[in-house]
Design a protein around this ligand. Structure first.
Ligand SMILES: [Zn+2]
Length: 192
């Protein structure tokens, strides 16, 4: 099975309340482009992320609104901003990091518990996961070929019907380390 590799730049997911604080009451996020996962989209709106040591501007919001606000950074982003990195599966925010302000045109939001460096993960439809013999939340090893080919351990499987579509998600540090430029695929190696 050829697994498309997708590199996710820093981005945020916002609650409806935080969207209102940042962009004004009643504001609806504007679609910029679809992302690979069903129902999700990158918005035209961007925000500034401000940490103790630095800022990153032009950060995309991935909609729709979520139950909790989540800031996803790479380790390089953490260094730039002076943020302590906390590795987490996306959405598992208890004990996640803080110390980042999200700044929009209408206001700002201080994130107390929601700043993460996302664990590398494989989105896969349950039927395809069954083909590989893996299940939701399993940890697996995958390989990316090419000039800077790498073997990646501890990839978290995300496999929920209607939510997950086949793609290996890496952050920009991981993508660069693997020499990912343009369309690349990965292969499943083994269960851990
Ligand atoms: Zn993902």
């Amino acid at each position: 099975m050829d697994i498309p590799v997708e590199v996710s730049a820093h981005h945020v997911h916002l609650t409806a309340q935080d969207i209102a604080t940042l962009f004004g009451a009643g504001h609806a996020l504007t679609h910029f482009k679809e992302v690979s996962q069903p129902g999700q989209f990158a918005s035209k709106e961007t925000v500034v992320l401000r940490g103790p040591k630095g800022e990153i501007s032009g950060v995309r919001i991935v909609g729709p609104a979520r139950e909790r606000t989540q800031v996803e950074l790479s380790l390089t982003n953490c260094r730039t901003m002076g943020v302590d990195p906390v590795f987490r599966v996306s959405g598992e925010l208890d004990g996640a990091g803080g110390g980042v302000a999200i700044v929009g045109p209408n206001g700002e939001v201080e994130v107390q518990e929601g700043v993460i460096v996302a664990l590398r993960h494989l989105h896969i439809e349950p039927a395809k996961a069954a083909e590989l013999g893996v299940r939701h939340l399993d940890r697996i090893t995958v390989r990316i070929g090419g000039e800077r080919g790498v073997t990646l351990h501890h990839v978290v499987v995300r496999s929920r019907e209607g939510f997950d579509a086949l793609a290996l998600h890496l952050d920009t540090d991981e993508g660069n380390a693997a020499g990912v430029r343009g369309p690349v695929t990965a292969r499943f190696i083994e269960m851990e």
